[in-house]
Design a protein around this ligand. Sequence first.
Ligand SMILES: NC(=O)c1ccc[n+]([C@@H]2O[C@H](COP(=O)([O-])OP(=O)(O)OC[C@H]3O[C@@H](n4cnc5c(N)ncnc54)[C@H](O)[C@@H]3O)[C@@H](O)[C@H]2O)c1
Ligand SMILES: N[C@@H](CCO)C(=O)O
Ligand code: NA
Length: 432
Amino acid sequence: MRTRPLKVALLGCGVVGSEVARIMTTHADDLAARIGAPVELAGVAVRRPDRVREGVPAGLVTTDATALVKRGDIDVVVEVIGGIEPARTLITTAFEHGASVVSANKALLAQDGAALHAAAEEHGRDLYYEAAVAGAIPLIRPLRESLAGDKVNRVLGIVNGTTNFILDKMDSTGAGYQEALDEATALGYAEADPTADVEGFDAAAKAAILAGIAFHTRVRLDDVYREGMTEVTAADFASAKEMGCTIKLLAICERARDGASVTARVHPAMIPLSHPLASVRGAYNAVFVESDAAGQLMFYGPGAGGSPTASAVLGDLVAVCRNRLSGTTGPGESAYAALPVSPMGDVVTRYHISLDVADKPGVLAQVATVFAEHGVSIDTVRQQGRQDGGGEASLVVVTHRASDAALSGTVEALRKLDTVRGVASIMRVEGE
Ligand SMILES: NC(=O)c1ccc[n+]([C@@H]2O[C@H](COP(=O)([O-])OP(=O)(O)OC[C@H]3O[C@@H](n4cnc5c(N)ncnc54)[C@H](O)[C@@H]3O)[C@@H](O)[C@H]2O)c1
Ligand SMILES: N[C@@H](CCO)C(=O)O
Ligand code: NA
């Protein structure tokens, strides 16, 4: 074993960073044996230096992250600050000064992954980020390495723990969105500002990263269609139950059937209770990967939290350190396929539409005609008269597979009918 240690700079010592520092200390001997050289925490950049950080010697702490990455003797920079800046500049500077980088920063990678990979390649260094998607669950490496000889056609998953906790609560207790969110906040799952989670930004960033790797194509956050889950109601769950379904916030990355394009989207969707993703409870994550040769694979586990996320960071750290010792780099960005990312209108799926209609003769025929005129084939229709006796009924239409553009056109035309008083909800049906 080499005695000279590999030097690691840790940027950020919050939920994830503090666990990375702890495991680096407590598992130092095993890490050294697995890498073939000791790893030494050479500096820890923080914003609040006065805080006591267990296991982090005060002498290593600095508020000057830029000076730390510019030191020139750092082998690996671990970026767990989050956000776009200063993380982006710090990572680029790290490459320029000879370090490899391990990051957990999904927002940055979904926005600027291509440029960061190019910087890593230019300087002959590694950029690894297993922790950025679904925390501890191995996903990036299986897609990039284990499945490198296969053709991935679809990645479908629950990649946000906070929203899965909220939806699971709504499903199992009948709670409304706000009540379930309050509980998620009280238990520490949801952040004080839950926007990134509940509006689907966090899941969309992960979808962009997954789609890019799965399809060997550049996919950025802006390419991902996104709908949050704040509008999902207890009534939607009741409808889902009647169909033998539940509701999950899904990230779906698909290769078109003709293979010529891809799509990436995040939105709430009904999935059958028989689908394995339906039984993913609480804050857990799970991702289904469908490929030509392997068939269906499912990856399941904790997608967030300090210690699980640190597990993924440490796995990358070991890999990157091994590469440094052997003078190589791991696989970089693979975007050779360069497939176009199609808009949401091209996505083909099934829909569950709930309408408030006038309860009088001919209404059902009128509604069915609008679907037919837009080429959307109806699978089932269910009508319920309202208890209030106000001459209104609730009409639930489930379609066969249709394009999102055709469905949007249908809904627009339905809204114009005098007999349609309102469109109560539209939800996609997936996983069949
Ligand atoms: N927490 C999770 O469960 C989880 C899971 C997967 C990925 N991630 C990702 O890991 C990263 C870190 O997340 P976290 O939960 O640890 O966040 P956090 O807010 O707990 O920690 C970030 C730390 O960075 C510090 N910081 C901010 N700017 C800094 C600067 N310029 N120099 C030095 N320190 C600075 C902050 O003070 C904070 O302590 C993010 O990219 C996040 O998306 C987190
Ligand atoms: N807020 C994210 C953390 C991991 O990105 C979640 O709830 O899954
Ligand atoms: Na992961």
